[in-house]
Write a protein that binds this ligand. Structure first.
Ligand SMILES: [Ca+2]
Ligand SMILES: [Ca+2]
Length: 105
């Protein structure tokens, strides 16, 4: 039974991971006018919608993603940013694990 518990814990962790992956915005969700590119206004509106980013933070992020600086995020630029966000997420998870192992109960 102990082995089953370990597997179940692993499955729960996998489910939690896929749930957070499901929160990744899709390009069409942000491109609200379906123009095929995300304008700064569309990006800022999306990022500030849930209130955890300010317009300034969103604009900064937009500038980082808009690598050719034409004022719009293309699908390719978005995909590139997504790859980097995935890397950021795995860094955050390892930081969290480090933090948890330091915690004594
Ligand atoms: Ca658009
Ligand atoms: Ca661009």
């Amino acid at each position: 039974m102990k082995r089953f518990a370990i597997i179940a814990a692993g499955a729960a962790a996998a489910a939690a991971f896929s749930a957070s992956a499901g929160e990744m915005p899709s390009f069409s969700d942000i491109d609200t006018d379906a123009s095929g590119a995300i304008s700064e206004a569309e990006f800022v509106a999306y990022k500030t919608a849930d209130g955890d980013k300010t317009a300034e933070e969103a604009a900064e992020k937009f500038a980082l993603i808009d690598t050719n600086m034409d004022g719009e995020i293309s699908e390719v630029e978005m995909e590139t940013a997504m790859e980097e966000w995935k890397d950021d997420t795995s860094d955050m998870e390892s930081d969290m694990e480090d933090g948890m192992s330091d915690t004594t109960y």
